[in-house]
Design a protein around this ligand. Structure first.
Ligand code: GDG
Length: 498
C-alpha cells in the first residue's frame, strides 16, 4: 500500500514516532548492512494497527552519522531520522538520559542542567516533528512515544493542524516540587499540550502533569480534561466549549493508560519444550538450590539493585537464609554505558556482589549468580521459569514490564512476585508481595515470606496476577489509547481501523 519513497509520495494515515526505530542496523561478517527487526512489546501491539492503516514508523536507527533512505521492514514503513555524534551526546545521553531521566525518577541521581543539551533537544525534536509531518497524510493519526520527544506534539501541530496527535510517556511524571527544578519546565509542558491525548502509566503521573499545567500555565483542568486556549483558530479544529467570556479552547485529555506486554506471546514461549528444558538445565547448573530468586533489570539506578543486594547480603549474614538453600540470580543488562552515573552504578553493584560472594560463598555455592549481559528472549523466559521468587525492587519505575513477563510465563500458577510499590505495575498487581525497597528490614522480611510461602497461597496469588496480565495486555493498551485519541482528535481524521 505504501507508495515508493520520494519527495512527494509516501504519505501515511498512521504514524508512530519514537526515539529508536523497531529495527537494528548491524554489519555482517562480509561488511554488509543487515536490518534486524527487534520485536519489543510496542511493535507487537502496533503491528496490526500499522498494517490495517498504512502505518509508518519515524525514529533513529541507533547509530550516529548515518543518513538512511526510507525503507520497508516486515511490512512496516521505516522513516529514519539521522543524529550526529554530538546530538547523540547532547540530546540523547545528555538531556534525555542525564537530565530528564533522573528528574522524572524523583532525582534518585542528580540531573545535569546544561543549556547546550537543551538546545540539542529542541533541534532534534524539531527534526523528528519535520520527519513526521513530511510523511503524514491529510488528517493522519500520529502517536509520539516517550520523554525524548516531548516537544514534538506542539512542533507538529504548528505545521499540521489537521493531524490527530497522541503522546505516551513511558516513564513517571514527577510531582511539581521536583518538576519545577527544570529550567525548561514551561516549554516542555507547552510541547506536550500540542497533543490531543497525553497518556501516562499511573493516575498519579497524570495528576502530577495536570498540576504542573495549572501552576505553570494557569489553564483550567477538570478530571482528565484540560482546556487549552486556542491561539490559532485553524479551520477544522474541534473547538471545545469556550471558557466563560474567554477565548475558545481545545480540549486535551491527560490520563493514565497502564502499558502491558504481549502476554500470549510470553506464555507460548514458556510452553515450548526447549525453553522448559533450558529452565530445568539452569536449575541443575545452579546445583538445584531449594529456592532461586531472580532479578532482571537494565543496569539502572532506578531499579534498586543495590537495595536488594543489601537485603540479601544481610539475610545471609544473619543466617536467616543459607547459601546452600537459596541462590540469587541477577541479570543486569548493559545500559547507557557512556553516562557517568551508570559507570558509577556498575562499580557500586559489582563491588557489592563481589563482597557478598566473597563473604558468604563456599567452594560449592555462590550466593549471587551475577550477569552483566543481555540475553535472547528465550533465555529470559527460561530464567523466569527457573525462578521461585521474582524480585522487583525499583525505587521508581514507570511500569516495570519484567514483573508482568514473569507472571505471564508462569503457566504452572506457581512462583512469588515481590514488587516495589514505586513501580507503576503495583497499581494493578495487588496480589504481589508489595514492598518499600528503602525499608531494608521490610524487604528482608518479605523475601523470607516469599521463600517460605505455602504452595496454596502462591498459587492463589499467581492465578489472580495472571488474570490481570492476560485481560490487560499490550494490544488492549494500544486500542484503548487509540480509541480515546480518535474521540478527542481532529474532525478531519478519516475512518481508522483499530
Ligand atoms: C521503560 C520504563 C516501562 C531486559 N534485559 C533483557 C531484556 N530485557 C527486557 C525485559 C523487559 C524490558 O527489557 C525492560 O522493561 P521494563 O519495563 O522492566 O523497564 P525499562 O527498560 O526501564 O522500560 C518502564 C517501560 O519503559 C514500558 O513502558 O515499563 O517503567 O522505565 O521487556 O524483558 N530482554 C532481553 N534480554 C535481556 O538481557 N531479550
Amino acid at each position: 500500500k505504501a507508495s515508493e519513497s520520494g519527495p512527494q509520495g509516501d504519505r501515511h494515515s498512521f504514524i508512530v514516532v519514537s526515539n529508536r526505530l523497531p529495527v537494528d542496523r548491524t554489519i555482517d561478517d562480509a561488511g554488509e548492512v543487515v536490518w534486524r527487526h527487534s520485536p519489543g512489546g510496542l511493535v507487537t501491539a502496533l503491528e496490526p494497527v500499522m498494517r490495517s492503516n498504512d502505518g509508518a514508523w519515524v525514529g533513529w536507527v541507533g547509530q550516529p552519522d548515518v543518513d538512511i533512505e526510507r525503507f520497508e521492514s516486515d511490512g512496516i514503513r521505516i522513516v529514519p531520522v539521522p543524529l550526529s555524534t554530538e546530538e547523540v551526546a547532547r540530546y540523547y545521553e545528555g538531556f534525555s538520559n542525564d537530565t530528564l531521566w533522573p528528574l522524572y525518577h524523583d532525582v534518585i541521581a542528580p540531573p545535569g542542567y546544561h543549556r547546550e543539551w537543551w538546545e540539542a533537544y529542541v533541534r532534534v525534536n524539531r527534526r523528528f516533528a519535520d520527519a513526521a509531518a513530511a510523511v503524514a497524510d491529510d488528517g493522519a493519526v500520529v502517536w509520539v512515544q516517550d520523554y525524548q520527544l516531548q516537544l514534538v506534539p506542539k512542533l507538529l501541530r504548528e505545521q499540521r493542524p489537521d493531524l490527530t496527535i497522541g503522546f505516551f510517556n513511558h516513564i513517571p511524571f514527577p510531582p511539581y516540587g521536583i518538576y519545577s527544578q527544570l529550567p525548561w519546565r514551561t516549554p516542555i509542558i507547552e510541547g506536550l499540550l500540542g497533543a490531543d491525548v497525553i497518556g501516562f502509566q499511573r493516575l498519579a503521573d497524570a495528576n502530577n502533569f495536570s498540576r504542573a499545567v495549572r501552576r505553570l500555565k494557569g489553564f483550567t483542568t477538570r478530571g482528565s480534561s484540560i482546556d487549552v486556549p486556542l491561539v490559532d483558530e485553524s479551520p477544522g479544529v474541534r473547538v471545545h466549549a469556550p471558557i466563560a467570556g474567554g477565548k475558545p479552547t481545545r480540549r486535551v485529555i491527560a490520563r493514565h493508560f497502564p502499558i502491558s506486554i504481549d502476554s500470549r506471546g510470553f506464555e507460548e514461549m514458556a510452553k515450548r519444550a526447549d525453553v522448559q528444558a533450558r529452565a530445568k538445565q539452569i536449575r541443575e547448573d545452579l546445583g538445584n538450590p531449594g529456592t532461586i530468586i531472580l532479578g532482571v533489570d537494565r543496569l539502572d539506578y532506578t531499579k534498586g539493585i543495590a537495595h536488594r543486594l543489601k537485603a540479601f547480603g544481610e539475610l545471609l549474614r544473619d543466617g536467616t537464609v543459607s547459601v546452600e538453600d537459596v541462590t540469587l540470580v541477577q541479570v543486569a543488562s548493559p545500559s547507557r554505558e557512556r553516562v557517568d552515573a551508570y559507570m558509577q552504578l556498575r562499580d557500586e553493584v559489582e563491588l557489592m556482589v563481589g563482597r557478598i560472594n566473597g563473604d558468604y560463598g563456599t567452594i560449592r555455592h555462590t550466593p549471587i549468580n551475577y550477569h552483566h549481559a543481555s540475553y535472547p528472549r528465550e533465555e529470559m523466559v527460561a530464567l523466569y521459569l527457573a525462578a521461585d521468587v521474582m524480585l522487583v525492587t525499583a525505587l521508581r519505575d514507570g511500569m516495570n514490564l519484567v514483573a508482568k513477563e514473569y507472571v505471564a510465563t508462569r503457566t504452572d500458577n506457581d512462583g512469588v512476585l515481590i514488587l516495589s510499590e514505586f513501580a507503576g505495575a503495583s497499581d494493578e498487581m495487588k496480589k504481589a508481595l508489595l514492598v518499600n525497597p528503602h525499608d531494608i528490614d521490610g524487604l528482608k522480611a518479605t523475601i523470607v515470606r516469599a521463600v517460605s510461602m505455602p504452595k496454596s497461597e502462591r498459587m492463589s496469588r499467581m492465578r489472580s496476577l495472571r488474570k490481570r496480565v492476560f485481560e490487560h495486555d499490550v494490544a488492549r493498551w494500544s486500542s484503548e489509547f487509540i480509541d480515546v485519541l480518535l474521540k478527542n482528535g481532529h474532525s478531519k481524521t478519516k475512518q481508522f481501523e483499530t
